[in-house]
Design a protein around this ligand. Structure first.
Ligand SMILES: [Zn+2]
Ligand SMILES: [Zn+2]
Length: 138
């Protein structure tokens, strides 16, 4: 289950939604069942990493879910499907994302503590979490 957060810009009125959590088909599973399912859920680069790891290791476990990231330089928000591959509790692979504006590596953000971010439209520091518009999804 996940949550969708709404952010709204005080200056220009731009609104956007960010997802966090596990959803339909995006949930923890064993790597074998993922590969057997034949569906490609992730970015093709992530998929080739997963296939390569599956050949080298046995009984891998894969966790995937929406997480909210923030660019440390331009303070823009992103929601991304973060994929982590575990081998007996050890992390073998974890997705990394870059800001489309400045190419800085995105940092995971705690949306509950983040009250303000930069509006992707007008670039003002006035993008605020709208507490009334939280939506649950599954
Ligand atoms: Zn704005
Ligand atoms: Zn950036």
């Amino acid at each position: 289950m996940g949550r969708a957060y709404t952010y709204r810009c005080d200056k220009c009125g731009y609104e956007d939604h960010f997802n966090e959590g596990h959803g339909f088909l995006i949930h923890p599973m064993s790597l074998d069942s993922y590969l057997e399912s034949g569906t490609i859920l992730f970015h093709h680069k992530t998929n080739s990493v997963i296939e390569k790891l599956a050949k080298e290791h046995k009984n891998l476990f894969i966790d995937a879910g929406f997480k909210i990231f923030k660019c440390p330089d331009c303070n823009l928000l992103y929601d991304k499907i973060e994929v982590t591959v575990y081998d007996d509790g050890k992390i073998l692979h974890k997705s990394e994302f870059r800001c489309t504006q400045c190419r800085a590596r995105l940092k995971l953000t705690n949306i509950h503590r983040l009250k303000k971010a930069v509006c992707p439209k007008c670039k003002q520091y006035s993008f605020r979490l709208d507490q009334r518009k939280q939506v649950l999804w599954d």
